[in-house]
Design a protein around this ligand. Structure first.
Ligand SMILES: *Cc1c(COP(=O)(O)O)cnc(C)c1O
Length: 391
């Protein structure tokens, strides 16, 4: 790897890039290929490819156990799991969501003719600000979707209190929070239900996939009906439904990857601590910290560039990309600044100040299996040289 000592050593100024292969945020993790292919043979031998097959059932059981929750209902994606959960909870009218989230949180509502009403976030946590949520409640509000952003849990107790007070349903988009805890309790146990994403780039992946976690037996029954066209046994449809089923190949990928959770958390935690230490002397950069007293998956290394920094956020991303470090702006612009929400909610932006500020400052750095300590040192040196020499 090249050494970066001054601005002249940066690829943006004509030097060779630090990495010959691109370093991604959310590099997919795939466990032992032989184990996966063994499962694939089993699936093909059984000729049971989908429709609640043995792999899906085994995956649901293990994911539910891992989260200490009664039910895991696996689905074909996190977005479809959100859509089905929203429908099973009979949400309508308006539902409050953060704007600083992946667009799927808002789309899952809009897709079902429910209006997402965007609330602001707390700048220290990037999670929903309960005061802002309160301000967004109207007589059409039926629910709140909290997002455990970066795997760090939303203000669950405050949101539950608001939901109870106004008779609203509360669910969580826990797409980032596989295996994470809140006061030692695993996600999946909060609100009416919680939705996981198993997309290829997430901490735990099944190619495409997702699940709803809940302790509510009757909600779980409804979710199972709805993901399978409302079929209750052969020839008997008792509920409106869609096709939200997970297939056996995806479940096989999941069963393969479940064996690595602990080693991956350990690796991610080391990566996080190494970044934390290496970035600590660089002016203008703040790494969003994890609470080591909780269980986290440490999947996201999130930095904020301070407002007074001589280097803009977009310049930093551009410089890193030239090095093949594919750092990313995240949730930029926020949901309310993208179509269709931009034109639907013209008056709202004034009250989403923190979301706009944070989405203009955040950069997510490569993490996970793709990086080691030496690579982190190179990434951080590139950032340090750029910022220090530009002061
Ligand atoms: C990934 C993600 C989703 C969507 O999950 P898919 O499995 O990709 O459909 C929803 N919300 C958040 C916050 C996400 O990061």
């Amino acid at each position: 790897m090249k050494t970066i000592k001054s601005l002249d050593d940066l690829a943006i100024n004509g030097a060779n890039p630090a990495f010959s292969e691109p370093l991604h945020v959310g590099h997919p993790f795939v466990g032992d290929r032989k184990v996966f292919l063994g499962y694939v043979d089993e699936i093909l031998d059984n000729n049971w490819l989908t429709n609640n097959g043995p792999m899906v059932m085994a995956l649901e059981k293990q994911v539910a156990e891992h989260h200490d929750v009664k039910h895991c209902v696996a689905m074909c994606s996190g977005t479809v799991a959100l859509e089905i959960a929203i429908r099973a909870l009979k949400l309508e009218g308006e539902v409050i969501v953060p704007s600083f989230t992946f667009i799927a949180t808002a789309h899952a509502l809009h897709w079902q003719a429910i209006k997402p009403v965007f609330a602001d976030i707390s700048p220290d946590t990037h999670n929903l600000d309960p005061d802002s949520v309160r301000r967004m409640i109207s007589d059409r509000t039926t629910g709140i979707i909290g997002v455990h952003l970066w795997g760090r849990t939303a203000p669950i107790e405050e949101l539950q209190a608001i939901a109870d007070e106004h008779n609203l349903k509360l669910l969580f988009d826990s797409a980032h929070a596989f295996g994470c805890t809140h006061n030692g309790i695993k996600v999946g146990n909060f609100g009416a239900c919680e939705v996981l994403s198993f997309h290829a780039t997430k901490f735990f992946q099944t190619l495409e996939g997702g699940a709803v976690l809940t302790n509510d037996d009757s909600l779980a029954d409804t979710l199972r009906l709805m993901r399978n066209f409302g079929f209750s046994g052969f020839d008997n449809v008792i509920h409106p439904g869609t096709n939200g089923k997970m297939n056996e190949m995806s479940a096989a990928m999941g069963l393969t990857n479940l064996q690595y959770l602990e080693t991956r958390i350990e690796h991610n935690q080391n990566v996080y601590h190494h970044y934390l230490h290496a970035l600590s002397n660089i002016p203008c950069i703040k790494l969003l910290e994890y609470d080591d007293k909780e269980t986290n998956n440490y999947q996201y290394i999130v930095i904020e560039i301070s407002e007074d920094c001589k280097v803009s956020r977009d310049r930093l991303v551009e410089v890193l990309r030239a090095e093949n470090i594919l750092a990313r702006r995240y949730f930029w612009p926020c949901c309310h600044r993208m179509r269709p929400y931009k034109s639907m909610l013209p008056a709202q932006s004034c009250s989403l100040e923190q979301s706009e500020i944070i989405s203009d400052r955040v950069v997510v750095l490569p993490s996970g299996v793709a990086v080691d300590k030496e690579m982190i040192d190179t990434i951080v040196t590139a950032i340090a040289v750029l910022i220090k020499d530009s002061q």
